[in-house]
Design a protein around this ligand. Structure first.
Ligand code: NAP
Length: 282
């Protein structure tokens, strides 16, 4: 069922490429055009049938009725401004960025009143990046958070929700600030913890690493450009989450220093009970 005549995907990496594949599989668009910065990426996206045609220029988005911004967060912020002159009247613009407050604020200020904007963050993905890791089933069983503007149209909220549901996601609507507060704990802090954990281990010891380290550090293999942009666009909330984590590390430090077995037992048990109850979305 084609929900849109022409969809434009900007950024043909893991998320943009996977969206293209899912759109094609579910026949959600009459035509899919991709915009990227490298000819090589566009050729790869056409080859796997994630897009019909591609361009290096945002002006190619001219005839689209849905535009999906799937570049790194800082690039999305810049593209919201540079793409504005090319968007047709009535176009719905959305994104997949992992932080939402700055994106929603910029979209509200920079996009023309003739187009609509709704922020989106699919809670699906991995430490892998690029078109070669795209997977049309990536969003199956996941959660997608929508963060509308005050001016976002109800009919477009319905249409975008249906879009995500058709490719396998459950939709939840949140205020952008609340999104950033929650995700700073559940995702951004988890990445800080994984990066810090790996960096604190001496190189020579790594050949003794086993499944515990593999499971706790998978996301430390994530893309540096992508993640530094995410951290800097969620600074306030992330610093709060890091503070809570440092407090927790201090609890362990004190308990170990004081040989306080009861306290250690209590902290580990609290974590185990909590971990056992996490309703992972994918
Ligand atoms: P990715 O695999 O690195 O893909 C990013 C794509 O953007 C690449 O294809 C890259 O092009 C393109 N790009 C970068 N700068 C560009 C520019 N200036 N103009 C045009 N294209 C440009 O990253 P991703 O994982 O798909 O992430 C995309 C977005 O989704 C990010 O905002 C991220 O925060 C969000 N997100 C990621 C995940 C995850 O788990 N990975 C989950 C949810 C949301 P080239 O191919 O030419 O390098």
């Amino acid at each position: 069922m084609a929900l849109f005549d022409k969809i434009g995907i900007v950024g043909l990496g893991l998320i943009g490429g996977s969206l293209g594949l899912a759109i094609k599989e579910k026949k959600l668009a009459g035509e899919v055009i991709g915009v990227s910065r490298k000819v090589k990426t566009i050729k790869a996206a056409v080859k796997i049938n994630a897009i019909d045609t591609g361009s290096l220029k945002l002006s190619a988005l001219g005839g689209c009725d849905l535009v999906l911004l799937c570049t790194p967060v800082k690039t999305i912020l810049a593209q919201l401004t540079t793409m504005a002159p090319y968007l047709k009247k009535g176009c719905l613009v959305t994104d997949t960025g992992s932080t939402k407050s700055e994106i929603v604020k910029t979209a509200g200020g920079k996009l023309p009143k003739t187009v609509d904007f709704i922020g989106a963050h699919p809670l699906a993905g991995s430490e892998k990046s690029g078109i070669y890791n795209a997977d049309g089933g990536l969003f199956n069983g996941s959660l997608c958070i929508l963060t509308p503007l005050k001016t976002s149209r109800a009919a477009n909220m319905k249409k975008l929700s249906l879009f995500w549901e058709t490719i396998g996601a459950k939709v939840k609507i949140l205020d952008a600030g609340k999104h950033d507060e929650i995700i700073s704990s559940t995702s951004h802090l988890a990445h800080i913890a994984a990066f810090s954990l790996v960096n604190s281990i001496p190189y020579g010891y790594l050949r003794f690493a086993a499944s515990g380290l593999r499971d706790t550090t998978r996301i430390a293999a994530s893309d540096p450009e992508l993640w530094s942009g995410i951290f800097l666009t969620n600074k306030k909330q992330l610093l709060k989450s890091i503070g809570a984590f440092q407090k927790q590390l201090t609890e362990f430090t004190h308990a170990i220093r004081r040989q306080d077995e009861k306290k250690l037992f209590a902290e580990i048990k609290k974590a185990k009970l909590k971990r056992d109850k996490i309703p992972f979305t994918i």
